[in-house]
Write a protein that binds this ligand. Structure first.
Ligand code: FE2
Length: 236
């Protein structure tokens, strides 16, 4: 299936390439240059400093969440994909194919988590928040009535997701927006939906800063960090 989701890469956001790697994120997702041979998935660098999301998300949380968790998913995906039929394929294709095979659950979990985290980091920005504009604003109003109602739906989904997972703003095949939540590593592309934005509600995303108060973390992200321009680019 086509995966039109854009990874929002500014010039600074273009992926750091691992030594010998042939993959990079570009608009439209991961691509593999023809010249690439043994390719590796490479995590995009943070598009801001580790402390840039404070006070909503501390530098300590970003340091662990990006430096350990995100990198760990990429590292594991790189190891596991070599033992699969999809070595050298784009990250989206790998996790969407692995999702169909119960024998590939380890690869699915790590590849999907790598994709989800790259998407999450690029969907945040210092000085974010506010309201969308243009086509996205019209789509938000059509689906939710207002940006505030959209953020309320995202906050409710973030809180309602039982245990680890994600709350997403997505577009269906007709371009209609909705909020969905997924558990663990799952991604709305598995259901044919186009991700526009996401909030990570795994405890590692907020526990150092908020302990059990996931609602406070979600409210801070939606009020101060949501990158509507990223969502607008993904809507296309
Ligand atoms: Fe996470």
């Amino acid at each position: 299936m086509p995966v039109p989701c854009e990874m929002s890469v500014s010039r600074r956001g273009v992926l750091r390439l691992a030594a010998g790697a042939g993959l990079m994120f570009l608009a439209g997702g991961l691509i593999r240059p023809d010249a690439a041979r043994a390719a590796a998935f490479a995590a995009p660098p943070l598009p801001y400093a580790e402390n840039a999301l404070e006070p909503v998300i501390s530098a300590r949380t970003v340091g662990f969440h990006y430096g350990k968790h995100t990198m760990g998913y990429f590292d594991n995906a790189n190891k596991l994909v070599e033992q699969s039929p999809w070595a050298g394929q784009p990250l989206e294709k790998v996790f969407l194919e692995a999702a169909k095979d119960p024998q590939m659950v380890g690869l699915f979990n790590n590849a999907a988590q790598a994709w989800n985290h790259a998407f999450y980091w690029n969907g945040l920005k210092p000085g974010g928040g506010g309201e969308p504009s243009g086509k996205l604003a019209r789509a938000v109003d059509a689906a939710f009535g207002s940006a505030e109602s959209c953020k309320k739906a995202l906050a409710e989904a973030a809180v309602a997701q039982f245990a680890s997972g994600w709350a997403w703003l997505v577009a269906d095949g007709e371009g209609r927006l909705r909020v969905v939540k997924t558990g663990n590593a799952s991604n709305p592309m598995q259901d044919g939906l186009k991700p526009l934005w996401v909030i990570d509600v795994w405890e590692h995303a907020y526990y150092l800063d908020y302990q059990n108060k996931r609602a406070d973390y979600a409210a801070g992200v939606l009020d101060k960090l949501i990158n509507w321009e990223f969502a607008a680019r993904n809507l296309g």
